[in-house]
Design a protein. Sequence first.
Lengths: 341, 402
Amino acid sequence: MLAYILRRIAGMIPTLFVISLLIFLIIELPPGDYLSNQISQLQAQGEAASVAKLEFLRREFALDRPFMERYGVWVGLWPGPNGFDGLLQGNWGWSFEYSKPVGEVVSGTLLLTVILNLATILFVYIVSFPIGIYSATRQYSWGDYGFTLLGYFGLAVPNFLLGLILLFLMNQWFGVSVGGLMAPRFIDEPMSFGKFLSIVSHLVVPTVVIGTAGTAAMIRRLRANLLDELHRQYVTTARAKGLSERRVVLKYPLRMALNPFIADIGNLIPSLVSGSVIVSVVLNLPTVGPILLSALQSQDQYLAGFILLFVAMLTLIGMLVSDLLLALLDPRIRLGKGAAA
Amino acid sequence: MKEITRVDPARNAELEALEPLPSHYVDTSPFDPGEAERLTPEQERYFQASQWRIIWWRFRRHKLALISAIVLVFFYLCVPFAEPIAPYDPNTRDSHFLYAPPQPIHLFHEGSFVGPFVYAMTSEVDLETLQWVYKADTSTPHRLRFLCLGEEYTFWGLVKSRFHLVCPPKGSTMFLLGTDRLGRDVLSGLVHGARISLTVGLVGVAISIILGMFFGGIAGYLGGIVDSLIMRLIEILRSLPELPLWMALSAALPVTWSPLWIYFGITIILGLLDWPGLARAVRSKLLSLREEDYARAAVLMGAPPGRIIRRHLLPGFSSHIIASATLSIPTMILGETALSFLNLGLQRPAISWGVLLNEAQNITVVTIYPWLMAPVIPIIIVVLAFNFLGDGLRDAADPYKS
């Protein structure tokens, strides 16, 4: 098991490398950079003193170097003006717009982003698991049709629109604002029980909004898998031997159907993270989503790059966890192909 | 049931004299060894039909998919004929009717049938809440005009015309879905927005198909190191969250570009991240088809790889590709909507459903003027329809299965 975990983690390193290069390429795509845009603006106004300062900053952030070198400096694989000082050394870069280190800008939001995504994954699994089993064991019942229909709508309604509609309805029916992740009076307050409760109650709507599409997909997946298993002969045998219906379903078919269900986290997480970014913008949640949007609009490249890398990391770690869970669940994977033969 | 052969009495005696009557049954009708394999006309029609014909037959059985296809055709009519269908120009501002609510269509005026008509609206400012208040003037009905001459437009930017399907009545406005903050008709916006929203998916999917077939094709055909490199890349791309990358890429589009270029830029961006799924499907299908006898025969006859892929393997999985491409169109439509909604995609004067939804970004606006959320409805209908259509196509795509 340990060897499997180590192998799996080692496999992530080249992936991370490619992803960081890709992200750096994307954030460098717009012509110029934040500072050189400002320099040209200031030059037009004839402010020489500020220009000199910005030129200094440009050198300071290695913006005057060629692409691969800039990338190396950003990651921390290449000596910058201050030696090796990049992501690997824990320096997440500088936000030009806020004039603060990126770490300070995003620090409060990272944890909430992780919490929101974790809550959504839990929601998806907790809701889709019983419904999937129900739909498969009572195929073509009214309940099954109802959930199938609901699932289609869940897949069709984009989550940011769902957020918008829910905002509207909540306001219309209950007169409450569901925006934000906590009641306004708790903002900037140290964590307390009251604040915790407030966060939990505010998490409900975004979790449902982000998780709906994923839940619908998961129900479909589990239903199809379980139906496939239920048609196998060993199930008939089990029934013939007089096992209770409950035991027939739970003993083996469910375990077999669970495998792809867990493995599907790989497809689920990227879409959930995508959803959390845009839903956060709509519902005004203090996660990395709104910061990413404004950073992209103002070409605050290191801030945008860090957030992109962060969400990519989030999905990678999620997939790692799903792989490890799968290995824990299924000895065929844990023991490798050699043992199975 | 075959009838026992009757022999007439006159010959009977003759025969009896020659040989004894056989004690067992003899069927004198000619024997046809192929009889058991003879096909009913129905079966014959089925076995001789081309692959596409069988797909169509199977698809036709899928009622929901068929209805979806018809619905989509109606929506797509807005793409070429947006100008005559829309009652107004979507960018015309009516400063007397800002945030006007939808005007309902009535049929009966004071108990008598008039035909479809609207009541004229008058606007007033409520000085306490500082909002526009609209009152319907129910004294006179204004009948809608159909197939009429209205506001002038240049059709496709080429021909000047004034022909509309429906025109606002004289002496009244006709904002069937209300207006936005600048007094622009929401319904006309929807009709014109369909042009971009509905084609973005098609162009994006075309790009994604080209990329997916190319990468999937060479991975599946060449195998080896190329295959594992491409598969690795696909894995990485699929593990990335799409939307943040779309956002980053479209933020990189130069602001100086014209709307047309931005449009193409966005479709390319949408297609750029969508191909891995398709490439994977192409590859796995190629790997299995490559082992078929007819593919081997073509290799032995010396056909070059390009010809084998195009002539022998491609027809085997083109139906699959169409089905899975149909399923990824809605993702692209939603992607464009999301980008435009976030102000990262298209902007006025270009109109798409996402651009229209941009007006509804603010919760206070949505609460007071809910009709600005109208674009949600066509989006949901189109996405649902594409999903049903794709499901139907996928089921029909493998005609020889079952």
